[in-house]
Design a protein around this ligand. Structure first.
Ligand SMILES: [Zn+2]
Length: 483
């Protein structure tokens, strides 16, 4: 049987909480999360005792915090029993579930490295293989292949949370979502998104082609009103299409930019071209996609607190950092049966922002914009750290940039940064502006001041010259060729 059919049958038996969210529901995601907390409260006497209320009508922030710690303890018992990896690692660390009483206690649990998941996927699998409905292989941005397993209930749960998130950004049954992840992306979330829409009674169309005219044709034919896709891909479509089509007349209500960080200059170009809000979404396949979504305030992404616990740590010391202080995001997925992960390192740098949020969410926190990746960094000059997103604001502040690639070369004892920029418009003027903006980037300025960096070189190219690569993979380090 087709997986979607099987899910529909399962749905008929169970019903999805997100279906109850109507157009008049205030704060859909928060209301869905509170519903999950209430279900757990009603189902578990232990949680009722911890929360200490006879009924849980209003879910307060402290109730949500208690729920998450309760879930983590439950998860630890579950993985201790069912995962070869965690049985060993928790025993070695001498931690038992009852030790975890506060957020601070979490640091007693060892971090899970992506490399461990890549090398021994079956040591993380907690159910028999006959219960696995879908296995995903993902390379993420590091190239290590990781295999993740999801049961039918896991998939239903992900679909439910995706549907709640889509309703939070304003999607209703009258809308059509165009799903725009090019097949070149490291994994294809289109299946899950499409499934989420179908099962949740929302309309969607998958459009993974690189061709701009074809994308616009599908948009018109399907009456698309919302878009979701790889950030740099939707940006590229926007720049290539905006001079050929009246994009505002297409009636797009919202655009969700996924899987890559969203520089503000890129957001502005996209919002101006389509005449609607562009919101960022961040998640990992390892966490089942629906991890965080940005709200209309556009200052951070709300965490799906029903399913995940997020910590922000100092990657060198492992200690928790303060609110809004930069550190590495660490995730625990406490509702999956297949491959739940405990304190999983993302290698992504961001920060935590406490509730309440001006959007109206009172209990669920946010993570700030992703600032870079620890394992994608390379050093130049005096040891300044360079990572793929560093030049985005400088390069994309010049209107007309379609895509760009960063090369680092060696020139005598100095490093040199060469940018290859695909551009539409007056190339000479744009090159001058980009060069001016680049020398103001602190990492470059410091290298120039210390005479360890050559002046950056910008090469302007026609659109389509560079192969399309996701933004997080766009630094090419050529220095090994010279040593
Ligand atoms: Zn908000």
């Amino acid at each position: 049987m087709d997986p979607i059919q099987r899910l529909k049958i399962a749905l008929a038996r169970r019903g999805l909480a997100s279906r109850k969210i109507s157009e008049t529901t205030e704060r859909p995601l928060e209301s869905w999360i509170h519903g999950q907390v209430r279900s757990a409260f009603n189902a578990d006497r232990e949680l009722r005792k911890i929360i200490g209320k006879p009924k849980l009508e209003e879910v307060e922030r402290k109730d949500l915090e208690a729920y998450k710690l309760f879930k983590v303890r439950k998860l630890l018992s579950y993985v201790q029993e069912n995962s070869i990896y965690y049985k060993r690692s928790l025993k070695e660390a001498g931690v038992s579930p009852s030790d975890i009483k506060t957020i601070e206690d979490l640091s007693r649990i060892p971090l899970t490295e992506p490399a461990d998941v890549a090398s021994e996927p079956f040591h993380f699998l907690c159910v028999s293989q006959s219960k696995v409905m879908r296995a995903y292989t993902t390379s993420g941005t590091t190239g290590q292949l990781k295999r993740m397993f999801f049961t039918r209930d896991d998939i239903l749960h992900i679909i439910d949370s995706i549907s709640a998130a889509l309703k939070t950004v304003g999607m209703s049954k009258d809308d059509t979502l165009q799903i725009m992840f090019p097949t070149i992306a490291s994994w294809d979330p289109g299946y899950m998104l499409d499934g989420a829409c179908k099962v949740a009674g929302l309309k969607s169309v998958i459009a993974d082609m690189l061709d701009v005219d074809e994308q616009i044709r599908v948009m018109k034919a399907s009456n698309t009103t919302m878009m979701i896709g790889l950030t740099s891909f939707i940006y590229r479509i926007t720049i290539l299409a905006r001079n050929k089509y009246d994009l505002k007349s297409l009636g797009i209500k919202a655009i969700i930019l996924s899987a890559e960080p969203l520089p503000e200059s890129m957001r502005r170009e996209i919002e101006d071209a389509w005449g609607c809000k562009a919101l960022s979404q961040y998640g990992m396949t390892e966490m089942g996609l629906a991890t965080t979504i940005e709200c209309k305030v556009q200052d951070g992404l709300h965490v799906n607190d029903a399913d995940f616990l997020v910590e922000v740590i100092d990657p060198d010391t492992g200690e928790h950092v303060s609110e809004r202080e930069a550190g590495e995001l660490v995730f625990t997925s406490f509702n999956y049966q297949g491959t739940p992960l405990v304190r999983y390192r993302s290698y992504d740098l961001s920060c935590f922002i406490n509730p309440p949020c001006p959007c109206g969410f009172e209990t669920i926190g946010k993570v700030g914009k992703i600032q870079g990746r620890l394992d994608m960094m390379t050093k130049i000059g005096m040891g300044e750290k360079i990572f793929p997103l560093l030049f985005d604001e400088a390069v994309l502040s010049v209107s007309g940039v379609v895509n760009y690639q960063t090369l680092i070369e060696r020139c005598g004892y100095r490093d040199q940064i060469r940018l290859r920029v695909e551009f539409i418009g007056n190339k000479d003027e744009a090159r001058r502006k980009i060069e001016e903006a680049l020398v103001l980037v602190p990492e470059i300025k410091s290298g120039l001041d210390n005479d360890l960096l050559e002046h950056p070189v910008v090469v302007m190219l026609d659109p389509g010259t560079l192969d399309f690569v996701p933004k997080t993979q766009s630094i090419v380090d050529m220095r090994h060729l010279y040593t």
